[in-house]
Design a protein around this ligand. Structure first.
Ligand code: GDP
Ligand code: MG
Length: 633
């Protein structure tokens, strides 16, 4: 009578029981018959002294029909304290799932309620979940059965094994084949009340054939259809004598079997003690109190582990500053695969939990993807800025280039490159304005930096431009100045200043036309124009200085003097007559008076006059001698 046996435990979870021994032998009901998960496992693990064992402990679970001596076996093998059915009452003792620490072993043992469905009426769901839970969290699953159950499909829980296999494929599916040991589970078949008529080898063959048949009948996803049972499970078989009929042998054999756990299996033990399974147990949270919940955790943990393995290889190049080509596509695919995996495995369980865990999973996935995305943006930013600088340099290589054009083209290219790269790297833009995948800010930063590089270049370019204009100014001013000074007409300085003004006007307008196309600022223009005017004035000044250097100046005076002294107003050479006023032609003395004082000081003027005078005197003497000789003739 199934219902009578369940009612007794009620809804409440039993507290850890001490049995009057040390905390190490305490047991705890981790899941009750209401499928509630205990909130005390974490503290219990601490009491068991296993907290610091890290992942260095293993979990063993048992699986089998009710009252087949499972609890008895576990207590014998691991020194645990699970309740054993009282012979006189014959009433179900194990409800839900209990857990003990193995004595002197870093093992946690789970005693699972009988799994042939009889005791719980039609509650197949509980069985299914128990099986899944046992499998997901254990390294070793003991399948306990009577000898006479071998070959009986239902009786030996083979139907349930089918579920286990299916669930296992869903949980660990594609992953296992790549890594033979990771996540493998040992299925240890313990055949009870083995009389000995049928040797163990035969029983083992029957069981193996059954398992193979079950495996072959599984509906496997396409990508896993060639996978073998042995890709996921190791199988081991043992038989135990009848406890009542052959008590001594039973005790002896159970002791032997116990010895195989820490001894013979220890070397392979580690292969079962894998991190991902242990993680599942250690991720139990006291507040998450349902089997569904822990299942959700497990399923999402599996999806997450696989996902992280995919994401890992891309971390390094990103951290090294590389822009990873097609990162977005990769990240989206990892994420989709992880979510699909979770959905496939978990969607058939409680919808509320499924959805909540799914949201948690997305947060975890994005927590891994987000740094990759941000790293990619940073690297993209750097690469784009570098390319921008290169483009500017490239554009300025030719003689004839339009700086403003070069800059605006490079800017557009940079913007485009960044935007394309950033858009590609976004993983999920389903939620508008979600800060996680925002790249506009980084683009703004990039634009600012690009602008400041462009500004710097423009300043340099403007300087170069001003230099060129200055050079042209000097060329253009040279001739009119020389001309005006040579002529030495009374409005000589007016002519000089006029030429200066005209040339400078031209230079200024040349500057302004170019500066506009450069997008120079008002301030830059004011500064550049002031510099241009200053340098133009200096150029004028040094041109005048050059033209009024002593030797040049005296040479010019002599040329002037001779032109007027030796030739008349019509340009005809003079022939001096005695009555001519030689001293009065030309009025060279007034020549110096036109020199403005800033150019020559009084002494300088006298000095130049004295120099010139010698030349002039010579000319007078010659002229006078020529009249004398002509008179004498
Ligand atoms: P469980 O419900 O599978 O955990 O079974 P228990 O360990 O509570 O044992 C159920 C009953 O079977 C108890 O009365 C045990 O004494 C008895 N029992 C335990 N082991 C054996 C065994 O190997 N053979 C037989 N025939 N009875 C056993
Ligand atoms: Mg039991």
């Amino acid at each position: 009578m199934a219902s009578a046996s369940i009612g007794a435990s009620g809804n409440a979870l039993a507290s850890p029981m001490t049995n009057g021994h040390s905390p190490l032998s305490e047991r705890i009901q981790i899941i009750n018959d209401q499928k509630q998960f205990t909130s005390e496992l974490t503290s219990q693990i601490e009491r068991w002294d296993l907290r610091d064992a890290g992942f260095n402990y293993n979990i063993v679970a048992v699986f089998g029909s009710q009252s087949t001596g499972k609890s008895t076996l576990l207590n014998r093998l691991f020194g645990t304290t699970f309740d054993v059915m009282d012979e006189t009452k014959r009433q179900q003792t194990t409800k839900g799932i209990w857990m003990c620490r193995g004595k002197d072993m870093n093992i946690m043992v789970m005693d699972v309620e009988g799994t042939d469905g009889r005791e719980r009426g039609e509650d197949q769901d509980f069985e299914r979940k128990s099986a899944l839970f046992s499998l997901a969290s254990s390294e070793v699953l003991i399948i306990n059965l009577w000898e006479h159950q071998v070959g009986l499909y239902q009786g030996a829980n083979m139907g349930l094994l089918k579920t286990v296999f299916e669930v296992n494929l869903g949980l660990f599916g594609g992953k296992k084949a790549q890594d033979g040991t990771n996540g493998r589970t040992l299925l240890l078949f313990v055949i009870r009340d083995h009389i000995g008529t049928t040797p163990l080898a035969n029983l083992q063959a029957t069981l193996t054939a059954d398992l193979q048949r079950i495996w072959d009948s599984l509906s496997k996803p396409d990508e896993l259809k060639d996978r073998q049972l042995t890709d996921y499970f190791d199988l081991d078989f043992t038989a135990l004598p009848h406890k009542i009929l052959a008590t001594d042998q039973f005790e002896l054999e159970t002791r032997n079997l116990r010895g195989r756990f820490p001894m013979a299996w220890r070397s392979t033990w580690r292969t079962y003690g894998n991190k991902s399974k242990a993680t599942k147990i250690s991720t139990f949270r006291p507040s998450k109190s349902s089997l569904h919940n822990s299942l959700g955790i497990k399923l999402s943990a599996v999806a997450l582990t696989e996902f992280n393995e995919q994401a890992k290889p891309q971390k390094r190049p990103i951290e090294a500053g590389k822009v990873v080509e097609g990162l977005g596509a990769m990240m989206r695919s990892w994420r989709t695969v992880a979510l699909e995996r979770y959905d496939r495995d978990a969607s058939r369980y409680h919808q509320g939990v499924y959805k909540r865990k799914r949201a948690d999973l997305i947060v975890s996935l994005d927590a891994t993807l987000s740094p990759l995305f941000l790293g990619q943006l940073k690297n993209l930013h750097k690469a784009c800025l570098g390319a921008f600088k290169k483009d500017i340099l490239e554009g300025m290589k030719g003689e004839e280039y339009n700086f403003a054009d070069v800059v605006s083209k490079a800017k557009a290219k940079c913007d485009n490159r960044f935007t394309t790269g950033a858009r590609e790297s976004v993983v999920d833009d389903s939620e508008e304005g979600k800060t996680e995948w925002n790249w506009e800010e980084e683009l703004e930063l990039l634009r600012e930096e690009v602008q400041s590089v462009a500004d710097q270049c423009r300043k340099d370019e403007t300087k170069k431009m001003v230099n060129t204009i200055e050079r042209n100014f000097k060329k253009q001013i040279s001739e009119p100045i020389e001309l005006a000074l040579n002529k030495g007409s009374p409005n000589m300085w007016d002519e000089v200043l006029k030429a200066f003004r005209q040339t400078l006007d031209k230079a200024e307008s040349t500057y302004l036309i170019k500066a506009t196309s450069f997008n120079c600022t008002e301030e830059e223009n004011t500064y550049s124009l002031a510099a241009l005017r200053r340098r133009a004035w200096q150029a004028l000044r040094s041109k005048i200085d050059e033209q009024t250097a002593d030797s040049v100046f005296v040479g010019r005076l002599r040329a002037h003097f001779e032109e007027r002294f030796r030739y008349d107003e019509q340009g005809v050479p003079r022939v001096w007559k005695p009555e001519d006023d030689i001293d009065g032609i030309p009025p060279w003395r007034t020549f110096f008076l036109r020199m403005p004082s800033p150019l020559f000081s009084e002494t300088k003027a006298l000095d130049l006059a004295a120099k010139f005078r010698k030349d002039a005197d010579l000319a007078y003497v010659e002229a006078k001698r020529s009249t004398v000789s002509s008179v004498a003739q």
